[in-house]
Design a protein around this ligand. Sequence first.
Ligand code: 7TS
Length: 414
Amino acid sequence: MSAAPQHAAPLDVQAVRKDFPILSDSFHGKPLVYFDTAASSQKPQVVIDALVDFYSHGYANIHRGLYALSVGATRSFEEARDKVRGFLNAADEREIVFVRNATEAINLVAMSWGRQEVGAGDEIVISAMEHHANIVPWQQLCAEKGAVLRVTPVDDRGELELDAYESLLSDRTKLVAITHVSNALGTINPAKQLVESAHAKGIPVLLDGAQAVPHMSVDVRDLDCDFYVFSGHKLFAPSGIGALYGKLGVLETMPPFMTGGEMIESVTFEKTTFKAPPGRFEAGTPDIAGAIGLGVAIDYLQELGMDAIAAWEHELLAYATARFEEIPGLRIIGTAREKAGVLSFVLDCAHPHDVATILDQEGVAVRAGHHCAQPIMDRFDVPATTRASLSLYNTREEVDVLVAAIGKVTELFG
Ligand code: 7TS
């Protein structure tokens, strides 16, 4: 497990819980115990209020209006972009492209940068622990271009095999695309080291930060990655908004991904010229309220402190791991030394879907399945796992409820 960040002011979890109205709700007559934040996070009241407020009193389309309401909406949208910039410690707000989610961000890079830069015989290096969102777009690109997808293997703990990674990097490698944190295993990859190795050979790197940004502070300038992607809905923000970070110099070389309104400079029937980034990549009316909500979610997290969040989750993961290790017939899938709050497991006695269904009867929400990461399930020789993912609003008492509920499963099936 990762070392707890130093000097973090402790998180007041009970106060945090009060910020999330859904955590007071009950299901099947039991208080909700929400352990599925890796799929999507719950929303704090400040984010919900920001949406209601914007739609009630601030709503207009952006970047086009000459009236006060539209000017205000445009300002709020662009302020949100600057909040994302600050959150990632990017140098320039033009490096932040609003997209729907991490999936769209990766597709944008594959279809714009990839189609331009990747050719026959070239290689793209990913890893065995990628979410399908960071596999399929590259596989499609390779099929289109006659390029080859190379896969960094993962060891029995769920850590990348770094020697193998190094040896996969060659003068044929056009891009490394690797997850910062694994959604299925919780592994925190040594992102900075991966970037350094790739850059030493002149290879750009895309990091999939979908599971990293909710749990730790991320600094794209320190990582020096070329692209970084994440989804707002896993970051306590609305669904339908996400961000792509790209180094400005790289974004400037890239052709449009989608075309139409908003992303142009001028259009005639003979010729269209395109805006500079990020506008070039934001065709059509965006999720304006979603972006504003994302900005508010970022404010909320920064007020709590990402280091305090990481420290609490680290403590909770250690507690939950120790409790899981006491359960006979339970195997944790993913035991990396550097790990975020994901507990994927299988029970000898029951299928993961049955486990999740019984946990639901106890008010405990977890995900069961392949977690859109089928290759890593194959690697561990399991069809699926049950996954409890921990977040800033989870408590030790909730871990106890989860463990007791797993006890009921073993009583029923064991
Ligand atoms: N990358 C990683 C590492 C992810 O965990 C996910 C979603 C995605 C990309 C795609 O995100 P999206 O917002 O574009 O869908 N992961 C999960 C999950 O673990 N359970 O549900 C979605």
